[in-house]
Design a binder for this molecule. Structure first.
Ligand SMILES: Nc1ncnc2c1ncn2[C@@H]1O[C@H](COP(=O)(O)OP(=O)(O)OP(=O)(O)O)[C@@H](O)[C@H]1O
Ligand SMILES: [Mg+2]
Length: 315
């Protein structure tokens, strides 16, 4: 059964005329299968990411988000799917993952009456998603070994999958699609920040529709952080300075002066921790400064002093 979605109800779509979109793939019948993430009312959606996901869901073409660590790629997906009551299969990709971890494997087990043995095929997440007709999320897809990424080509093309051990051919049910995230575009790590990524073949990479994801705008980040503070425990000016500080580290990273800019993830961590310990300056240490190498830390501390007008480094 199709779900209806009124985009104007999403944070980030303010000003959009109300109107219902039919999401033909979304269904009420299978929400009990797969993963769910509770709705985060503070999540800020980005129009270009939502549009691409809708395109992927409607056309079954694989879509993917590429961008720096902690900018909100992974979270956008389950937050959007939850708005259309859609469960999904989730694979946290890494270099050691094998095709059998994706597609499944044969297992020998005792017969039901205790005599003899049976061979059964245990579906992996890709086949579970295809059989059930729900989206498959390949998080950090660029960290898959190149040959394992290649094994997905037919699935990305919508051609189904034949289980080598049993000969069974599986065609994806209505509702299946693939949504990926990664820090690199599959061409390998360009600056040493993402050394767990792999170089994939151009033919694999060309199958995906890819949107670049950047950090939320400063205004969006300020709104997000303010909405996390239920009272006036952190004043608004301090939050605005914190976002200015994060922006300065990102500008330094873009200029090649530092490796680890402050991510939205770390802004959220700073604000959440500071609500417990009542000090933004002390929360920034665990949330950001203490993760930096010495060169980055020097630069970050000087940005901190400039923005907050003190020498306090938060450590
Ligand atoms: N659009 C957003 N709205 C609300 N919170 C956000 C948003 N984007 C990021 N965040 C915050 O930042 C955190 C990190 O987001 P997410 O896990 O999606 O990052 P990512 O881009 O997938 O990073 P990585 O490449 O390290 O996996 C979230 O848990 C959330 O707290
Ligand atoms: Mg992620």
């Amino acid at each position: 059964m199709a779900q209806q979605l009124d985009l104007s109800t999403l944070n980030g779509f303010e000003g959009m005329p109300a109107g219902r979109f039919m999401m033909p793939m979304a269904n009420d019948e299978r929400p009990e299968h797969g993963h769910r993430m509770p709705i985060d009312e503070n999540h800020r959606f980005r129009k270009h990411l939502v549009r691409l996901m809708m395109f992927g869901l409607m056309t079954k073409q694989p879509v993917s988000f590429v961008g720096p660590a902690g900018c909100g790629k992974s979270r956008e997906i389950p937050q959007f799917l939850e708005r259309i009551n859609q469960a999904y299969e989730f694979v946290s990709c890494h270099d050691g993952l094998e095709a059998a971890d994706l597609f499944g494997y044969e297992r020998v087990r005792g017969g039901p009456d205790g005599s003899g043995v049976d061979t059964v095929y245990i579906d992996g997440p890709v086949l579970r998603a295809m059989r059930t007709g729900i989206p498959l999320v390949l998080d950090e897809r660029d960290s898959l070994a190149a040959t394992v990424a290649l094994s997905l080509n037919n699935v990305l093309d919508g051609l189904g999958y034949t289980i080598p051990e049993t000969g069974e051919h599986i065609t994806a049910q209505e509702g299946f699609c693939v949504i990926g995230t990664s820090n690199t575009n599959g061409g390998g790590d360009e600056n040493g920040s993402y050394n767990t990524s792999n170089v994939h073949s151009r033919s694999t990479n060309s199958r995906w529709l890819v949107e670049n994801v950047d950090y939320l705008t400063a205004a969006e980040e300020e709104n997000l952080l303010k909405s996390l503070v239920p009272d006036d425990r952190i004043d608004e000016e301090a939050i605005e300075c914190l976002v200015k500080f994060a922006t300065a580290t990102r500008e330094s990273a873009a200029a090649g002066e530092m490796e680890h800019p402050m991510a939205t993830r770390e802004l959220v961590q700073t604000v959440q921790y500071s609500m417990l310990i009542n000090s933004l300056a002390n929360a920034i240490g665990p949330a950001y400064f203490n993760k930096l190498g010495s060169a980055d830390r020097g630069i970050a501390e000087s940005h901190w002093s400039l923005v907050f007008g003190t020498d306090e480094d938060g450590s």
